[in-house]
Write a protein that binds this ligand. Structure first.
Ligand code: DHB
Ligand code: MG
Length: 210
């Protein structure tokens, strides 16, 4: 999104990571799937959004090694909760170690298994103030359908990678096609108002109306 020099400049002026987050980022960087993690400054942004919205009930779809959940959990008020959905025992075992070290493990309800199943099994009255989608791209449209009605009025919907490194335009892959479908769904759904924030890899930024 930015030139390398500007990217470096932005990162040089981001809130420094504490030791626990730095070690989680370093451990994740050694993994083959390291690229799935959000950028450090995106973690800071997510924490700020949780703080600014005053969200007390957060849903994350796609937890990976737990950096985004760590950041969002740190932004929660006393009594706030984050439900973290992921299919990988291996990845979330790493997440759990760092959540525990950071003292946020009691605020995080990790649900192992396909998020669509987890959501389908929740009691109908469970809803969320803030939802962050950052999981398998072909399922983005289904994730939107599953969470839209579980969001409180005024709630904030966020989704990562909605520009697919620019490939959201003119790419016929299953992932890019699904992201386009997701972006169309959000943009045309009267229950939501918002836009795509052209930062990071594109971040859906949409508010659930009343
Ligand atoms: C991919 C997924 C992500 O969530 C991400 O941030 C970057 C890449 C991927 O599936 O390639
Ligand atoms: Mg992502």
């Amino acid at each position: 999104m930015l030139s390398e020099a500007l990217g470096d400049y932005v990162r040089a002026h981001a809130e420094p990571m504490d030791l626990i987050a730095s070690e989680l980022i370093a451990e994740t960087a050694t993994m083959p799937m390291a690229g799935l993690q959000i950028a450090p400054e995106q973690g800071t942004f997510l924490k700020l959004l949780v703080q600014l919205t005053g969200a007390r009930s957060v849903l994350e779809i796609g937890t990976f090694t737990g950096f985004s959940a760590l950041c969002m959990a740190r932004g929660l008020p006393e009594g706030g909760k984050l439900m973290a959905c992921d299919v990988s025992e291996e990845w979330t075992a790493i997440a759990r170690r760092y959540w525990e070290r950071a003292g946020v493990d009691a605020r995080i309800d990790l649900r192992l298994g396909p998020a669509l199943d987890t959501l389908a099994e929740l009691p109908p009255d469970v809803d969320f103030d803030l939802v962050f989608i950052d999981a398998d791209k072909p399922a983005y449209p289904a994730y939107f359908q599953a969470v839209a009605d579980r969001m409180r009025p005024g709630g904030l919907l966020l989704a990562d990678n909605v520009l697919r490194h620019g490939r959201v335009v003119g790419d016929d892959s299953a992932a890019a096609t699904a992201i386009r479908r997701f972006n169309d769904l959000v943009a045309t759904d009267d229950r939501f108002e918002g836009m795509i924030l052209a930062a990071f890899d594109g971040l859906t930024f949409a508010r659930r109306r009343t």
